[in-house]
Write a protein that binds this ligand. Structure first.
Ligand code: HEM
Length: 331
């Protein structure tokens, strides 16, 4: 039995016997126990290696989706068990197998970065940190600007599909549902609106739009808040029951680049999911959405909010530095 397959078999055991601390703690303060330039002494090229691998694997023209995939991974990791790379673990019943994680991508890019780092600094750089550096670099690949990403997270040993289903907010949530979900992680409603701006380079699959287009509620088959022409466009792209997973809808009608186009799209009532359009339609968040159409402001606020999200429930002393991002270490 190889090391990796041994790890898969042991995973369910560790899932139940090992506990983690502070799953939801420390989210509000981005500097909680983490540091900028964390690897400056222990592995000085850590961040540049991740940057090089990301840039070598994603280009704006061909591979927007891989850069966006990295950014989404950071959200799906941090909201479940904290930012501890639990989303990367393979095996039966892990977070990756949850329906909400069906369309996650770009894990191979993280594997490559980890493999390179293990050659030069074995056992030093955590997968959780690599993931956060790569999310930032994905934004840069999409022509967005850089920000300082803190390091010092250790990797978790627990990953459960049901936790992902419980903690990741649904695209069908209203404003109260979204706000409550972010509040549980120590993030404010404003931070939720700002982080949703990550959808500026995002795309969604028809499967996640079925309810809004064909099965909305008892009085309306289609969400009446979607302008008729746009609803017809969406239905043409996602015909009832005959769509497939290779089709996707861009969530920013303005451009595929990292910009403020997402918020302009919401002003035009072309938000793809309920959870997008509600940010403009609800009077409580509309003023902020309007403000964020100013890219310079959005970019500054987005960087701050990403630092806050990347500090959710981090493991500073427990956990481990995985050798392979897909499997917990065996002892
Ligand atoms: C506010 C609650 C959120 C909800 C309900 C939500 C929901 C979704 C959904 C349904 C998709 C499309 C999945 C698919 O059909 O393939 C998606 C894509 C995406 N989301 Fe979110 N999201 C939220 C917040 C965030 C946050 C906070 C980030 C990152 C900071 C983020 C980053 C992305 C990215 C980059 C994609 C595109 C991924 C790709 O193309 O592979 N989302 N999101």
């Amino acid at each position: 039995m190889t090391f990796n397959s041994l790890s898969i078999h042991l995973l369910p055991v560790f899932v139940f016997v090992l506990s983690t601390v502070g799953v939801d703690a420390g989210a509000a303060n981005p500097s909680y126990g983490l540091q900028d330039d964390y690897y400056r002494h222990s592995c000085p090229s850590a961040e540049s290696v991740v940057r090089r691998v990301v840039m070598g694997n994603v280009t704006v023209v061909d591979n927007r989706k891989f850069a966006a995939g990295l950014l989404r991974l950071s959200f799906h990791d941090c909201f479940v068990e904290g930012c501890d790379a639990s989303v990367l673990l393979y095996g039966p019943g892990t977070e990756k197998t949850a329906p909400v994680n069906k369309f996650l991508q770009s894990l191979e890019i993280l594997d490559k970065a980890k493999q390179e780092l293990e050659k030069i600094c074995p056992g030093v750089v955590s997968c959780a940190d690599i993931l956060q550096y790569a999310a930032r670099d994905g934004v840069i690949a999409l022509n967005g600007s850089s920000w300082k990403v803190q390091g010092g997270r250790r990797d978790g040993r627990v990953s459960r599909a049901e936790s992902a289903e419980k903690e990741i907010p649904s695209q069908d949530f209203d404003l109260d549902g979204l706000t409550a979900s972010f509040k549980r992680k120590g993030l404010s409603r404003d931070q939720m609106v700002i982080l949703s701006g990550a959808h500026t380079s995002a795309a969604g699959h028809c499967e996640n739009l079925v309810r809004r287009l064909y099965n909305f509620n008892s009085t309306h088959a289609t969400d009446p808040s979607i302008p008729a022409a746009y609803a017809a466009e969406l239905k043409a792209t996602c015909p009832r029951k005959t769509f497939n997973d290779t089709v996707f809808i861009t969530m920013d009608a303005v451009s595929a680049f990292f910009d403020a186009g997402y918020y302009v799209t919401l002003e035009e009532h072309k938000g793809v999911f309920t959870s997008d359009q509600i940010l403009f339609d609800d009077h409580r968040t509309r003023p902020l959405v309007k403000t964020l159409t100013d890219y310079k402001l959005f970019e500054k606020k987005f960087h701050q909010a990403m630092r806050a999200m990347a500090a959710i429930g981090v493991k500073l002393y427990d956990g481990e530095i995985r050798k392979d991002c897909r499997f917990i270490n065996s002892y």
